[in-house]
Design a protein around this ligand. Structure first.
Ligand code: ATP
Ligand code: MG
Length: 310
């Protein structure tokens, strides 16, 4: 079966003046057509890097060391610039955290909308009241919620197969946030568009995405049905994550920090990235990398889980 998205063992560094930061350290994720997958994990775990790589949109400072990304069976790595632009236009849509910043401040919304292949109707579909007025407005004349609806209308206007939404509602108030997410998921479902939702908001995830992938230290450490992952986590990091949300798993607005600091990865990092914060860590967790293990319909990267200890 051809996957909508197939990210395989992706290794990406950011090259800074004096050092390299490893952002992805062998990240793998696949999505089926029309599937909604949430990608969660604390700040710096690599969510945005993976999301950008899905459209070959990494910044120039990023160095893709190894691994591959394919969209509908077509590897993005060797594509010409013309072809990658076509793939982005025809198959992919992106929505980012800063809705106003994502728009061109000098151009009226109507013109930007048409350039993206959308029209007045696209604005109606995202439930923007008074689309005529919005078409005539400049981005700074819109509220954050309205601007994000415009961004979503643009991203969906070409009916992409995959929408990558990177914290699309983080800048919005909580009520607007729910409405905007509902709109995105309803429109995507109607069009058969798969959504990769990068977020800290576990409550948004649990209601809307059937599958959840948890990132830690540049790898996907647990991946499976959302209810199972949140309700009976297998990876110690997922368990800490689920516990750190008040009222158990799903009510919290944001994921709370868990004790210890996130890892700073380099090319030399060995073992499991979570070992330094893991209550169960043994010697080999510090020296040997866990490999993906299939358990209960889930993929987990943990020596302990691989051994069947729970
Ligand atoms: P957040 O939840 O804060 O958005 P994230 O999970 O999206 O975090 P990334 O933004 O992908 O994480 O970052 C992964 C790692 O790469 C982090 O260590 C981060 O500091 C680093 N990084 C990200 N973008 C850049 C960049 N443009 N230049 C240098 N380092 C970067
Ligand atoms: Mg991010």
């Amino acid at each position: 079966m051809t996957h909508l998205l197939d990210v395989r063992n992706l290794v990406v560094d950011y090259v800074l003046a004096d050092r390299r930061v490893r952002a992805l350290d062998g990240a793998s994720l696949t999505m089926a057509e029309g599937e909604s997958v949430a990608l969660v994990g604390e700040s710096g775990s690599g969510k945005s890097t993976l999301g950008s790589a899905a459209g070959r949109l990494l910044p120039p400072s990023a160095d893709l060391r190894s691994g591959d990304v394919a969209v509908l069976g077509e590897s993005l790595t060797g594509l010409s610039n013309a072809r990658i632009r076509q793939v982005r236009r025809e198959r992919l849509g992106f929505v980012f955290q800063d809705p106003i910043g994502a728009l061109d401040p000098t151009m009226r919304i109507g013109r930007q909308m048409r350039l993206a292949g959308g029209d007045r109707e696209s604005l109606e579909r995202v439930r923007l009241g008074d689309p005529e007025r919005v078409m005539r407005a400049f981005p700074h004349q819109l509220s954050g919620g309205m601007a994000q609806r415009v961004g979503i209308a643009m991203a969906l206007s070409a009916r992409p197969r995959l929408l990558v939404a990177d914290e699309p509602t983080a800048a919005l108030d909580s009520q607007v946030r729910q409405d905007v997410l509902d709109t995105v998921f309803a429109l995507a479902a109607e069009a058969g568009t798969g959504i990769l939702l990068l977020t800290h908001d576990l409550s948004a995830v649990s209601r809307r995405c059937s599958r959840m992938a948890v990132m830690y230290g540049g790898r996907v450490v647990e991946d499976g049905p959302t209810a199972a992952v949140l309700g009976a986590p297998l990876h110690p990091y997922t368990a800490a994550l689920a516990r750190s949300v008040p009222g158990n798993t799903v009510r919290g607005e944001r994921l709370e920090a868990i004790p210890g600091r996130p890892p700073v990865l380099t090319a030399e990092s060995a073992g499991c990235a979570f070992a330094a914060r893991c209550a169960f860590a043994e010697d080999r967790c510090r020296s040997e990398r866990p490999v993906p293990t299939q358990v209960d319909g889930r993929t987990v990267l943990c020596h302990r889980v691989a051994e069947g200890v729970s």
